[in-house]
Design a protein around this ligand. Structure first.
Ligand SMILES: O=C(CO)[C@@H](O)[C@H](O)[C@H](O)[C@H](O)COP(=O)(O)O
Ligand SMILES: [Zn+2]
Length: 186
């Protein structure tokens, strides 16, 4: 493989995808306001996703609990991807589709926001978590890509990155996550 040619292609695809994000700015701003309102009413921000999206969930929760740019108190957020005892017991006893939904059932309250990250919009465990949060009356946000998948009809807001490539979508998700954190901190 010619690495320079490869990198030129990936870089061009990355830049094109970021340019295609501009129609999402208003929606991202609205979601940022929803997150700020959630914290102001005493709610918390829960996140879930698989693989790279699990890492993104943890990254965003860390910005909120720790800090992004501003010195401030810690704010309440939890990634539902980190407790291996819960993940393995619920996965083993009920099935992988329930690893997040069970935690949502236990932890999510009507004043909270659940952010589900799934590049396909269709991962069953994320979809079930969103459905459970909806039953509780919480606000639900999708960070997705492609067609938006099942998350389109389930979430209060589904932010759909206009790409079908998982890596590109994840690159956009962490950009959007950082922007949401900055709006939240403002
Ligand atoms: O990071 C990557 C690929 O870039 C993978 O770990 C990826 O996140 C996993 O295949 C996920 O299971 C994909 O699930 P989803 O994004 O469709 O919900
Ligand atoms: Zn990845």
């Amino acid at each position: 493989m010619n690495h320079i040619e490869y990198l030129k292609g990936e870089h061009a695809a990355h830049v094109a995808m970021f340019q295609a994000l501009t129609p999402l700015f208003a929606q991202i701003g609205e979601v940022g306001n929803l997150l700020r309102d959630c914290i102001q009413r005493g709610g918390k921000i829960l996140l879930c996703g698989n693989g790279g999206s699990a890492a993104d969930s943890q990254h965003i929760a860390a910005e909120i609990v720790g800090r992004f740019k501003k010195e401030r108190k810690g704010l309440p957020s939890i990634a539902l991807t980190t407790d291996t005892s819960i993940l393995t017991s619920v996965g083993n006893d009920y099935g992988y589709d329930y690893i997040f939904a069970r935690q949502v059932e236990a932890l999510c309250r009507p004043e909270d926001v659940l952010i589900g990250l799934t590049t396909s919009g269709n991962s069953a465990n994320v979809v079930r978590a969103i459905e459970t949060a909806n039953e509780i009356g919480a606000t639900t946000i999708g960070l997705t890509g492609g067609s938006g998948g099942k998350m389109n009809t389930l979430c209060t807001h589904n932010i759909v990155v206009p790409s079908g490539v998982t890596a590109r979508i994840q690159e956009a998700h962490i950009f959007i996550g950082h922007c949401l954190c900055e709006i939240l901190e403002s």
